[in-house]
Design a protein around this ligand. Sequence first.
Ligand code: SF4
Ligand code: SF4
Length: 204
Amino acid sequence: MDAKTCLRKLQYVGVLAFATADSQGAPQIRNISAIHYEPNTLYFFTARGKNFCRELLSDGRVQILGYTKYKEMIRLSAQAVPAPEAEQEKWMAAIFTEQPYLANVYPGDTREIGIIFEIKAGNIEYFNLGTSPIFRGNYTFGEAEAALEKGYKITGSCIGCGTCRTHCPQCCIEPGTPYFIQPEHCLHCGACFENCPVKAVARL
Ligand code: SF4
Ligand code: SF4
């Protein structure tokens, strides 16, 4: 798995959930399908009068979520910015061509109320619940910095009792000194953290 494949999978999903934060910091989420994909860039359409647009212009942080029929969750965290003025028309034309329903929503010149945002860099979390053990990965594209690690880690305080291993639903803890969590198969469920008798499991 890699960032490029994840973006391709988002494209196949088609309708994605876009989450932003409003002026009170409350989560706001919408389904968006007016998206055009280039290999390393997403372009999407909204109208300038919508709260969604206001939130993007004032903050810009967005999380985009897609879920495939194979139980793959793909979450993209990024900063969206308006596409350059000189490119607005080009990407709007591309989106309206690829999504013919938009011509009903914004017929003729009424689409001029629209604005195209672009995402050229971001962090992607891929989480596949359809395999055994489950698989997760983190990827970046563009010039995004790697995201902070999530989940759990076994520290040097481990006494090797094996209790965490017996409680792990994915059997993804290997014996060793200290014991070791395979992060690509970890659910982040916290069972190891709760059951370690010497508090050797740290939350990242
Ligand atoms: S339960 Fe704690 S001490 Fe025991 S093996 Fe796991 S991490 Fe180490
Ligand atoms: S968080 Fe859950 S899945 Fe991950 S290692 Fe601990 S017990 Fe296993």
